[in-house]
Ligand binder design. Sequence first.
Ligand SMILES: O=C(O)CCC(=O)C(=O)O
Ligand SMILES: [Fe+2]
Length: 222
Amino acid sequence: MNLEEYKIDNININTCYYIPNFITESEEKLLLHEINKTPTIRWTQLSNRRLIQIGGVPTNKGMIAEEIPKIYQTYIERINDLNIFKEHKANHILLNEYLPGQGILPHCDGPLFYPIISTISLGSHTVLEFNKQQNDDDSYKIVKEFKLFIAPRSLLILKDNLYKDYMHGISEITEDNLDDPTLKNVVTKISESSNVLARSTRYSLTIRNVPRTSKMKLKFFK
Ligand SMILES: O=C(O)CCC(=O)C(=O)O
Ligand SMILES: [Fe+2]
């Protein structure tokens, strides 16, 4: 696969790739089946989404690697085969679940990760919003820059300045108007009369590299 063909090039940023249909419908179905089997206790419930850490829990001291189930490891390897992470191979997945109306506040992913995010989406589309933080003397404001339409089964790769200089987030809304001119990637028209698309439950597999990972097993002493 030649990644350069998938570069989003109308946002003046060189570091964004969007690959529709990166996985097939049957792969999506198998992943959704696996996710739905996960015991509730493995999920961390936040106020506006649920998440599961796969591969360990990154901390500012590094991460103790935990075994990654085979079905997820397959996709880590598929991402590593694209060679975007080079020697900083992907070794971690943060799995997010969003019900319609849930989202994630604008944020940067920060220093726990090597600065590349690769995201496989499942179940529903969403719209990812990119903002910049503008600091005044004693306050700051968030300036909306652009949005990307993220289809189920797609892969999105963000890196370099898009990782460091922009915040990303998902508004807590239940539908998206695809005629929004700030949406920067091509989306297909749903119908002549209305271009509003309702969200359903979406899962994102955010696949990253956690530097300073040790293979040490946790030991418990009495
Ligand atoms: O669900 C997404 O696509 C974004 C998730 C995200 O920003 C994160 O996990 O840091
Ligand atoms: Fe993020």
